[in-house]
Design a binder for this molecule. Structure first.
Ligand SMILES: [Zn+2]
Ligand SMILES: [Zn+2]
Length: 365
């Protein structure tokens, strides 16, 4: 198994970002990222102009972030070479899809896209020039996952008149943990069907008159590449020296994101490529994002194991509830009935690693 570290949800000049895709790819390579996912608003132009490839050791994948005519229901799609519906000008240099979200989610699913709900519970209301863009279309059931941690949303939500300068100077320190509501919703959804989680940066690198006083490059890509990442677990190696192999590696990464063979990490608090969480059952190992069924619930033994690259508060979560907590570099637990098991690692009050689930079922459940 190979672990690859990526930054998801990035805007380039093809929408409201400030650099060309290849410039972003090169910065990501310098930052040591294995992959990045570009998601310009309502367009796949970066794909059609041939920017999807390796930049040094970084694979740049092109997806898109779609929104409706009210600029709500932002949806990240990967793995398609065309979008659905038509886009209309909704003012302020922004566009929206004429289809309601339930339709574009379903139609993109039918096209073979892998889709993630972006910043579902965004709550920023303090600056009218930066409105919130929440998800309102929970009746749709064709999405694959949700973004439970979005650097930009969390940073903006916590912004006040009194802390704004501090936050601008320390953009990485002010990010604490995945959105509580999004995590709760994610756990609830998983009781019914598999829904994977991703973490993202939502990078624009705006040169903006942010707070009415001065123009500043808020969050250069380089800075954000040190923040929230989604590390994927692949069976196959990525080979950046073979430019031809990018399509296959792209498919493998997208598949891992869809299946939740991944964990989210705030890289600012340490590289987490050594993190492991797996279940051991009848001599087989089941990793994050995998499902398996127990044959004889009374007799069969399942052990859950976790290894963390440095000491952290490790929480074992089952169906959304913390069932064990330890301050350590590892954890070993006995299975406690069918359900979804995942790990959270915290460094004091800062979230560091959030894994996707291992789903354990029995014949009845
Ligand atoms: Zn958005
Ligand atoms: Zn965005």
């Amino acid at each position: 198994m190979f672990v690859y570290s990526g930054a998801i949800h990035i805007h380039s000049k093809y929408s409201d970002g400030s650099l060309e895709p290849d410039e972003i790819g090169n910065i990501a390579n310098e930052a040591g990222l294995d992959y990045i996912v570009l998601t310009d608003h309502n367009t796949l132009n970066a794909l059609h102009f041939g920017y999807e490839k390796f930049y040094g050791k970084t694979l740049l994948i092109v997806g898109s972030e779609i929104n409706d005519l009210e600029n709500k229901n932002h949806y990240l799609v990967l793995g398609v070479d065309r979008l659905v519906g038509t886009f209309k000008d909704i003012g302020n240099n922004e566009f929206g899809n004429e289809l309601p979200a339930s339709k574009y989610v379903k139609e993109l699913h039918d096209l073979g896209a892998v889709g993630f709900i972006a910043h579902p519970f965004e709550k920023r209301t303090q600056f009218p020039q930066h409105p919130q863009f929440p998800w309102t279309c929970w009746e749709s059931d064709y999405f694959d996952g949700i973004e439970i941690w979005n650097h930009m949303s969390e940073w903006m939500e916590g912004l006040t008149e009194s802390n704004k300068f501090n936050r601008l100077i320390h953009p990485l320190k002010s990010v604490v943990a995945p959105d509580t509501e999004a995590v709760k919703k994610w756990d609830e959804l998983n009781l019914r069907r598999k829904v994977s989680a991703i973490g993202s940066i939502d990078a624009h690198s705006h040169k903006q008159n942010v707070l009415g006083f001065f123009t500043l490059d808020i969050f250069p890509y380089k800075v954000l590449f040190k923040s929230i990442r989604t590390n994927v677990l692949l069976d196959e190696k990525i080979d950046p020296d073979n430019q031809e192999s990018f399509k296959e590696s792209k498919q493998n990464i997208i598949k891992a994101l869809k299946e939740g063979r991944s964990y989210i990490v705030n890289n600012y608090y340490g590289d987490a490529k050594g993190f492991r969480f797996f279940a051991e059952y009848k001599g087989e190992f089941y990793n994050i994002g995998e499902d398996f069924q127990i044959k004889d619930e009374k007799r069969d033994k399942v052990i859950l194991k976790c290894f963390v690259p440095k000491q952290a508060k490790i929480k074992l979560i089952k169906n959304g509830n913390c069932i064990h907590e330890t301050e350590s570099t590892s954890g070993v637990w006995n299975y406690e009935g069918p359900g979804n098991y995942r790990i959270e690692c915290w460094l004091a009050d800062k979230a560091w690693i959030f894994s996707n689930n291992i789903r354990i079922t029995t014949k009845n459940k």
